[in-house]
Each structure stands twice: as C-alpha cells, then as structure tokens.
Design a protein around this ligand. Structure first.
Ligand code: 5GP
Length: 288
C-alpha cells in the first residue's frame, strides 16, 4: 500500500509549527533558569508545546538541577523518564514538590515553622496576627472536635467526623496527626507542600506529639515553643476561656503540664508576655 501523500504546503506548515513549539519551549526553559517563571506554574500551562515538553528537560532548567539530579528525582518519584509535562498527575506533582523541599537552597522554598505550646497559651492569637502577612501561610488543620461558637468551618479548622478523619489517615493525607483532649487533630499534607514550594513560610500551630512527628520527618523545620509567663496565668486563661466542658478543660490542664516540661525539645522558646511582642519575636526567628 502506498503511504498517504503529504503536500509540500502541509509539510511546510508542520515544519513551521514544530519550530514555533521549539522556540516556546526554549523560552520557557530560559525563564525558569532565570527565575522569571516558576517550575510548578508550567503544569497549568495549556499550550500544546508546553504540555508536550519532557519533564526531564524542564527539570534540568531549574537552577541547581543538572542531568544527574533530574534523573535521580525521576527515579525517587518513580516517574517515567519519558513523561511529558501534560501527563504528570496530581500524586506525581505532590512527590515532585516534596523533592523540591528536600533540595537545599531551592530558590523559592519557604520555611516550615512549628509553633507549639500548651492549650490556652495564646498560639492562635499570635499566629492569627500573621494571616494578613503574605510572607506567611498558616496551615488549617483538620479536627474531629465540635465547632465552637464564632468558628467557621474551613477557617480555624476543617471540622470532620471521626470516620472521615480515619479515612484521611488511611489515605496518608496527613503530615502529622495526634489525639488531644478527646479529639483528633491533623495537618493536611498537600496544602503545606504547595505553600512551601510557592515560597511561603508555613506555620503549623500544633500540640507536642504532632511537633515530635514533624521533627522526625523534617530536618529543616524550625521548632518554636510558646510559654505562658507562669502556670497560674495559664490556668486562669484556660478556665476563663469558657469554650470547653469541665472535662475538656481538665484534660487540657493535665496536658499543659506535660507540654511545658517538653519546652527544651524546641529550637526556641518565646514567653508570651504580650501578643505583639511575641508576634515580632516569631517573625524574626522565622526570617533570620
Ligand atoms: P483547640 O481544640 O484548642 O483548637 O486545639 C487543641 C490543641 O490541638 C492545641 O494545642 C492546638 O495547637 C492543637 N492542634 C491544632 N491543630 C493541630 C494539628 O493539626 N495537629 C496537632 N498535632 N495538633 C493540633
């Protein structure tokens, strides 16, 4: 059988398109190298020339990644060396983000800040001050505890049932999770990695056991412990808060003693005499 005839006009047109696509790819790679475009932005680029680009080629245009490192990243993430940008799935993208976090001096990677300390010490009041500061991103945890008056689902927490929480644990969706005063609390992994790889300094406001889990898995995180000026003050604040049942308040007081004795495990201790001062101490520790 004769192969279909291709007209010269069609051939010229196809040739021009291929040249244009090559130019577009070369431009994009240059922009990634010069820091004008961010690697992860290209996965939402709908141009055919870009979605057909090989992932390994794009990886090599990232400052600090050469041929060997690019291959190593593909090997670790188990992504095929022939994978093209348009064929990279959500899960693979998440693995790539994790790889970028592991890279020292990755240009736009933010810091992971773990803020811990006993319940009632004022952690959320302090971190809430940084919500409008675009250098920071405050993680929103998932919890099974009942919603308090004034709280909004998706803002202070994502409130879920015990079943949903268990499903998220099974699906390995948490960076860390722990039980606290009769409820479960966990940090969803993906938004944290996304924010870090977008250059945000991410704040996790979590209790001691969660902080210990992060310590095990993330060597570069900064651990900050918030301490009350004294025990009496913490006790009064917890009791007067009036948000918890008597049982939950007692559980929190019991846990507070245990948490306070763990302050030495942290990189820094901030004594919360006054919120504004604690906020600026936290910022200077984060940005040093
Ligand atoms: P509360 O019920 O008062 O909002 O929080 C109780 C405790 O759970 C606080 O010490 C808070 O920092 C902690 N917490 C909040 N979210 C998380 C989380 O995602 N993981 C862990 N381990 N602790 C959390």
């Amino acid at each position: 059988m004769q192969p279909p005839k291709i007209s010269n006009r069609f051939r010229r047109k196809a040739g021009r398109k291929a040249v244009e696509a090559r130019q577009e790819r070369a431009e994009v790679k240059d922009q990634v190298t010069n820091g004008k475009l961010y690697f992860f932005d290209l996965f939402s680029d709908t141009r055919k020339s870009i979605s057909r680009m090989k992932l390994v080629d794009l990886l090599q245009s990232v400052p600090g990644i050469g041929k060997v490192r690019a291959e190593l990243i593909l090997e670790r993430t188990k992504i095929s060396p022939s994978r093209r940008i348009g064929g990279v799935g959500h899960r693979q993208l998440e693995l790539l983000r994790q790889e970028f976090l592991l890279m020292k001096n990755s240009p736009k990677t933010g810091k992971l800040l773990v803020v811990s300390g006993p319940s009632g010490v004022g952690k959320s009041t302090i971190t809430n001050h940084l919500r409008s500061d675009n250098r920071f991103w405050i993680s929103v945890s998932v919890t099974t505890r009942p919603i308090r008056p004034g709280e909004k689902d998706g803002e202070s927490y994502h409130f879920v049932t015990g079943e949903k929480f268990a499903e998220m644990v099974t699906n390995n969706e948490f960076l860390e999770w722990a039980e606290f005063a009769g409820a479960r609390y966990g940090t969803p992994k993906t938004p944290v990695f996304e924010a870090l790889s977008n250059g945000k300094n991410v704040i996790l406001e979590i209790e001691l056991n969660g902080a210990r889990q992060v310590r095990k898995n993330s060597k570069d995180a900064i651990f900050i412990f918030i301490e009350p000026p004294n025990w009496e003050e913490l006790k009064i604040r917890l009791i007067n808060r009036g948000t918890e049942s008597e049982h939950s308040t007692q559980a929190r007081l019991d846990r507070a003693k245990e948490e306070l004795s763990a302050a030495a495990e942290f990189d820094y201790v901030v004594v919360n005499h006054e919120v504004e001062r604690s906020v600026s101490e936290l910022v200077s520790l984060a940005l040093r």
